[in-house]
Design a protein around this ligand. Sequence first.
Ligand code: KDG
Ligand code: MG
Length: 402
Amino acid sequence: MKITDARVIVCSPGRNFVTLKIFTDQGIYGLGDATLNGMEKSVATYLTEYCIPALIGKDPGNIEDIWQYFYRGVYWRRGAVSMTAVSAIDMALWDIKAKLLDTPLYNLLGGRSRDRILVYAHANGANLGEAVENTAREVEKGFKAVRVQCGIPGVGNAYGVVTDKKPYEPAKRGLPPEEIWDTSLYLNYIPKVFGKIREVFGNDLHLLHDVHHRCTPIEAARLAKELEPFHLFWLEDPVACELQESLRLIRQHSTTPVAVGEVFNSVFDYTTLITEQLIDYIRMPLSHGGGITHLQKVAAFASFYHIATGFHGATDLSPVTLAAAIHFNTAINNFGIQEYMPHSEVVGDVFKTNYKFENGFLTIDDSPGIGVDIDEKAAARYPYITARLPVNRKSDGTLFNW
Ligand code: KDG
Ligand code: MG
């Protein structure tokens, strides 16, 4: 079997997506998600100019060798752009192999370890009242786990909160918007938010919260300790952890579980975090972390340290990634939870999906491969629109982590 061609489809049904489609001489094609929010064209160009010419003629069945070719074989290893490209290639090759064998992807990853995938929803409120209302709405839909983000009095832009009642979407047209942030006001307020949410919803609802890299290690330790009585499912990205050792401080002070790594792209971002058991969940998604081939290794490594998966699943990951993640989560033993932020309806014009949400869980059907298809004619009706993630500043103007 040979790869005969590949192309990159960039489209914007409501938001930008980059999809790699790899064709073979057996008439089977595979899809991979190459979307990197706010940097879409860099990945598209890298794939088109550098990767696709080297893919043509290769046997798509040699997934490990092709992975090594685009990782080890490229002198400038790692980095978000190149790892997103490697991930898309890898995902498309697994899609091809499973289609060729006429079986759903999870069968190639070890078969079923479970029947359904626990997911968490998003509830955000411009203020506490709205956060409670929106949490109730997600609970009514059947969600057993909800990530709660809330506006902070005196803070211009709390992460994950919208003020216009539209679904949360951080990328905005044109140049990056600038936001204003104040950690001390946030730290004083957020324990009250979770106190209220627990009071209203009781102990059994799983609650999650994303700090989005905005605390220093000692601030994060304080936050994790003060949130301890509310028994969070996890506290996400409490610090910007280029310095993995900094997570030790949180562990020394609290039992709040920690999830890290939606911006990571290789196992080497995780080694200290995993071997020292400084985290509880790995967030690195299939589309940025080297695809199925690399995440299988990372998830297996994490499993030996009692660490589970909790893959990133915001709307800037395409339905191809979500479906691939459901297969992956179905197969591995150390699955924890999957983020699920449903795509807007218009995304369904372009991507035909095979998963469904019911009563707090996602399931996937047994179509061969990943099971998602792209309607290229429909994609052409939604051309790319430049959109960028925000830049964040402290209230005195200092540039900070978004
Ligand atoms: O593109 C950035 C988003 O994917 C990110 O801000 C979402 O933090 C996020 C999350 O946990 O879903
Ligand atoms: Mg996050």
